[in-house]
Every structure is written in structure tokens, then in C-alpha cells.
Design a protein around this ligand. Sequence first.
Ligand SMILES: [Zn+2]
Length: 208
Amino acid sequence: MFIWGSRAKTHTEGEGQFYCPECEEYRQYEYKKAKQYFTVYFIRTFPTEDLGEYVECTTCNSTFDPKVLEYDPEKEQEKIRSFYFYATLNIMVFIALADGKVDDGEVEEISNIFEKITTIKLERAEIMESIEELNKNNRSIKELAAAVSPYLNDEGKETVLRGAIAISKADGVVHDDELKMLHGLADDLSLPKTYANGIFAEEEIEGK
Ligand SMILES: [Zn+2]
């Protein structure tokens, strides 16, 4: 009698470090491919079909879709952070630009305020680049605020708003149109009204 059948066998095709969603830690993984083999008398002969690929955590043995390798929470965090810095800087530059051009004093002021609220020291060139970009793209502060708002918690929004207030105050007086713009910014950031008014009161400029 001729006995034939099939059997599945997995091969490890690669390995490395990944963020295991089950362990919630960075772990070692093995990239595996399962293949169906044709067997004769229970001996493997040749592969008949691919059964699929998966990633296995060598610590908890959980298996995942290979897409799991694309997820890196640290990089994700980094991306959100840089996005937030970028938006904060752009909003500050936007306000500085509102009265025409940005002079050296204002560039210095932007640099100081940005460092105070983010602890990052900007190069003058980075600020100039942001100025150039805003001049070119003609984006509204409403668009900038709406773009960054979903990535920020209330504290982050407060930081952006305080940066904007500090820039508005830099020439000594907060003009009516600046005040209107700051309230608009608080709205566009979706900062709760009472929270925003608390900040305006603390900064000694009018609430609404
Ligand atoms: Zn794991």
C-alpha cells in the first residue's frame, strides 16, 4: 500500500528585536513561514503550498501578523513630539509675522520662549526656515492649530497657548486683534473654555 499525505512545517526565516504587544516590552522575535509538505510514508518530500508568515515572540510565544514589526511606540512617540514642536514653533512664528516682518529681537524672543516651554534650544536657522515656510505656504493659524490639536493633551495645548501669549506680549502690549487671535487659537486647539480663561486670567489678559 502506498501511503501519502501532507504535513505542515515551519521555518524560521529571520529574527530581531520588536515591540511585543503582549509583553508590552521590546523582545526578541522569530519570523516564521509555515509550509505544507507532501509526504510519502510520512516522510516529507516537497512543499505544496505556503500556509502563511507570522512573527513569534520568543518570550511569550504569542504570534502576530508580520505588520507588528512596523509598530514601534518609541518612534511613534518621537514622531508626535516632533510634530508638536513643529506646530508650536509655527504658531509662535505666525503670530510674530502678523505685524509684518520678524526682526532679530523677535527671533531671539521666539528662541527663548521655545526653549522655556520645550527645553529645546532652536538654531536661528530653524526659526528662519519656519518663517520662510509660513511666508510661502500661507497657512492660517486655524489650520495649524487644528492640525496639532488631536495630538495634544490639555497641558500640551496650554504650552502652545502660553507660547502664543508670550509672543503677543513681546512688544509690550497685547493688541485687540492679537487678543481675538489668541481666543480663536484656544478654540481651535479645543482647549476647554474655563481652562483657557484660567490661563488668560493668569497672564493678565482679558478672558471672554
Ligand atoms: Zn511577548
